[in-house]
Design a binder for this molecule. Structure first.
Ligand code: HEM
Length: 90
């Protein structure tokens, strides 16, 4: 994705689903990615790579049911998505 080659055809969600990880691990992963891409590519390109990773990480966390209720990738609140669970703040 970073190189724009569209050559990756795997299923990252399936790879990560069985892992014992939570949103904190994703935050840590993104912090390491930010640091590394900035060190290697500089701030502008690094930020670009961080945007990609944030989007993927968010999609993965949604697929793993790790995000607070009432939010989706479009930033549109979904009310009553799971009335049995209390809403969490961001
Ligand atoms: C908590 C954070 C994460 C952990 C602990 C984690 C861990 C792992 C592990 C264990 C694998 C499997 C390696 C293997 O057995 O071949 C893997 C694969 C992979 N991860 Fe992550 N990952 C994390 C977050 C992410 C994020 C945020 C991305 C993308 C931005 C990502 C992209 C990938 C990709 C593309 C693969 C290869 C999947 C494939 O083989 O098709 N991971 N990761």
């Amino acid at each position: 994705m970073a190189l724009g080659t569209r050559s990756y055809h795997g299923n990252p969600l399936a790879m990560h689903l069985p892992l014992p990880i939570n949103s904190g691990h994703f935050q840590q992963w993104l912090a390491l990615w930010q640091q590394t891409t900035r060190d290697v590519l500089g701030e502008d390109l690094g930020n670009h790579m961080l945007d990609y990773a944030k989007r993927i990480a968010r999609g993965m966390q949604m697929g793993m049911d790790l995000l607070p209720r009432g939010h989706n990738t479009l930033g549109i609140p979904v009310f009553n998505a799971r009335p049995d669970q209390p809403e969490q703040a961001d």
